[in-house]
Design a binder for this molecule. Structure first.
Ligand code: HEC
Length: 119
């Protein structure tokens, strides 16, 4: 997926900054298709995927009981404050509080977790 095909404000995000922000996730998550499961699940195909649905990964009860589909808005909230967004989840991450960093990171994840359209 390319930056220009994302919806605003993500289509004007700073991908280099998003990539830099992903350094805070890298110890626990991979993005590529078939990427390793680390402490956290692989994030390939995240957008449009139901929460807690990466096969072979054992999620917390809180995530297993949650029922929504990942998109930019709920990911923004999750990354700002995972504990508040879904109490009882097991992602030990304090949150990324800078809204611009989150915008750039979400755009970066979107471009890395889906194949660009062919043709
Ligand atoms: C210390 C390890 C750790 C860090 C750092 C971390 N995560 Fe996670 N992440 C997890 C774990 C563990 C889960 C599973 C949560 C559960 O089951 O309660 C998770 C779950 C997720 C999910 C839900 C996936 C799904 O399949 O529903 C997303 C999205 C996510 N993390 C994104 C991120 C991003 C983006 C960052 C960087 C800003 C990040 N995480 C940082 C460990 C981490």
């Amino acid at each position: 997926m390319t930056l220009a095909t994302l919806s605003p404000p993500y289509n004007t995000a700073d991908l280099a900054n998003g990539r830099a922000a992903f350094a805070r996730c890298r110890s626990c998550h991979t993005l590529a298709e078939g990427g390793a499961r680390l402490t956290g699940p692989n994030l390939w195909g995240l957008f449009g995927r139901p929460v807690g649905s990466m096969e072979g990964y054992t999620y917390s009860r809180a995530v297993q009981d949650a029922d929504f589909v990942w998109g930019p808005d709920n990911l923004d909230h999750w990354l700002d404050n995972p504990k508040e967004f879904l109490p009882g989840n097991k992602m030990t991450f304090a949150g990324l509080h800078d809204a611009e960093d989150r915008r750039d990171l979400i755009a970066y994840i979107a471009t890395q977790t889906r194949r660009p359209p062919t043709a």
